[in-house]
Design a protein around this ligand. Sequence first.
Ligand code: ADP
Ligand code: MG
Length: 216
Amino acid sequence: MNTTAASCVDDTAPAELLKRGERLLEPDVYRTCLNGQPAVVKDYTRYRGTPLSPVARLLVRREARILQRLSGWKHAPALLGTMVGGLALGMEFIPGQTLSTAHSVGIEVFEQLQHALGRLHAAGITHNDLHGTNVMVSGGVPVLVDFTSAWRTTRWLPVHPVSRQLRRSDMKNLLKMRQRLTGTRPSASEAAQVADPRWVAGVRVAWKRFYRWFKA
Ligand SMILES: Nc1ncnc2c1ncn2[C@@H]1O[C@H](COP(=O)(O)OP(=O)(O)O)[C@@H](O)[C@H]1O
Ligand SMILES: [Mg+2]
């Protein structure tokens, strides 16, 4: 995203909690002011001094690295830095609503989102958690947030079946959101694009059988 957001005055003003981290390794997410700029901080400091702190630091580092790679792109927030000994990540605050809470979302937002996803994948990155709460809509522009689960493939891996499956899965999530919010069903070519290959269907069936056996 372009870093042209209005400035905020007071870095010491109380932060506004956007999401409390309740599950394991979920950060507290709050809105605050960093160096006079409206910011969002993903904060894992409750893990400080616990055996999970290296994992929390790794999550921060991975997300920061992806945001750094995407810097200057209008479909991702700008990275503002890591802090508190690597246990918190600061990024640009994106004004707007998430796709989950937006009242009406036009098909043009999804056209942009599809184009953005294509660019992300072309850069070797899959988001891997594409849901309504992880897409902000700001002035009609979709902005992807929450790159915690994102994956960047090395140069020789884009053709790897697992990388292909991750891209397919991102696209499937996008088409599901589009259908839910605009009523547009996938076209024949989109459906073919996201159809699972036989090996994935096989793995899925085997996993379901194993899970049923395990629970029995
Ligand atoms: N850069 C941002 N600007 C505005 N809101 C954000 C930003 N990043 C996250 N949020 C809001 O905070 C929520 C939680 O952040 P997210 O990164 O998705 O955390 P989690 O990994 O816990 O899901 C998002 O669903 C969104 O509503
Ligand atoms: Mg999220």
